[in-house]
Design a protein around this ligand. Structure first.
Ligand SMILES: [Zn+2]
Length: 54
């Protein structure tokens, strides 16, 4: 199976730990070390790997 591709630029997706930002009750909360898929071309982030559904 080939690696996943970004749906915007078709760059290669890498799984990384990122600093994620959430909005909760009007506050902005940061959570470190959240696993996410990041495009190494445009930097787009995904919570789940794109185009990898069965
Ligand atoms: Zn991309």
């Amino acid at each position: 199976m080939k690696g996943d591709q970004c749906e915007f630029c078709e760059g290669e997706m890498k799984q990384r730990r990122v600093l994620a930002r959430f909005r909760f009750n009007g506050q902005t909360i940061y959570v470190e070390n959240v696993p996410a898929w990041v495009c190494n071309k445009c930097g787009e982030q995904y919570d789940t790997p794109p185009k990898s559904l069965p």
